[in-house]
Design a protein around this ligand. Structure first.
Ligand code: NAP
Length: 257
């Protein structure tokens, strides 16, 4: 039984990058709380696998192949999402790519800079713009949630581009929170710490890295995609009706220590 304030029955959540990792963690909990789900990703196979995993929730799940860095593709996918599910109440701009660490900032090519900006920042802009436009036109409010990162506030050496996109995500969310509050639309950012997903598999699988980082996480484990379910349901539901413009750090205490 879901407490009423957290009940998402009759609502629709769009999760970009929802076919695995943190996005799938969001989607699983949102569906369990009663929301119908739209998932966007570039891989049709991964979208289909996620749809299968979510089938057990009994909710409607629609997937769309969409590269969020492509403005026209986002407009088309948003229209297709509305055609399939009728509305979007919660928009999770979560799709992202990591920096290809290793090289110093002094050696970073413009192509590498643009590769990360294109998905993480342009992608969030395209996605949020379409969702905010829809929510304003429809009326009745909504929730915009951006996946930022601890890298927005920690110095992410050799990943200046990645850190910059995540810092910008926080700024974009704060600006949207003010601009759209009059429409009952809230905007918040989630900042994950070190979470076990495909994105971090190499780092977390590296013994030296794990030996350095794990002892500095007070909760003494890597985060898991399921650790992001509670915050997703909270931020989309009436339970967070007066909560906007915030950056919520979910890092097992890593940043404290
Ligand atoms: P992941 O497992 O690698 O998943 C990334 C997701 O983004 C996939 O669903 C992928 O789907 C999608 N995606 C990538 N490029 C896309 C594009 N151009 N258009 C649409 N979808 C795209 O990574 P994750 O760890 O769950 O990361 C999710 C978010 O959390 C990212 O924004 C990441 O920066 C952030 N984050 C992660 C960590 C961590 O420790 N894992 C920490 C801080 C922040 P396709 O492959 O189908 O495109």
């Amino acid at each position: 039984m879901i407490p009423k304030a957290f009940d998402l029955s009759g609502r629709v959540a769009l999760v970009t990058g929802g076919n695995r990792g943190i996005g799938l963690g969001f989607a699983q909990a949102l569906a369990a709380a009663g929301a119908d789900i739209a998932i966007w990703g570039t891989s049709a196979e991964k979208n289909a696998a996620a749809r299968e995993q979510l089938a057990a929730t009994g909710r409607r799940v629609e997937t769309f192949v969409c590269d969020v860095g492509d403005e026209a593709a986002v407009e088309a996918a948003f229209a297709a999402t509305l055609a399939a599910l009728g509305r979007v109440d919660g928009c999770f701009a979560n799709a992202g790519v990591s920096g290809r660490g290793g090289k110093s900032f002094t050696e970073m090519s413009s192509e590498e800079w643009r590769r990360v900006m294109r998905v993480n920042l342009d992608g969030a802009f395209h996605t949020f713009r379409a969702a905010a436009r829809h929510m304003v036109e429809r009326g009745g409010g909504g929730s915009l949630v951006g996946t930022a990162s601890l890298a927005a506030i920690h110095g992410a050496a050799r990943s200046e581009h990645y850190g910059a996109t995540k810092g910008a995500m926080i700024s974009m969310v704060r600006a949207m929170a003010v601009e759209f509050a009059r429409h009952g639309i809230r905007a918040n950012a989630v900042l994950p710490g070190w979470i076990e997903t495909d994105m971090t598999a190499n780092a977390i699988g590296n013994e030296k890295f794990a030996g350095n980082v794990l002892p500095r996480i007070p909760l003494r484990r890597w985060g898991r995609p399921q650790d992001f379910g509670g915050i997703a349901v909270y931020l989309m539901s009436d339970a967070s009706a007066y909560h906007t413009g915030d950056s919520l750090l979910i890092d097992g205490g890593y940043s404290l220590y």
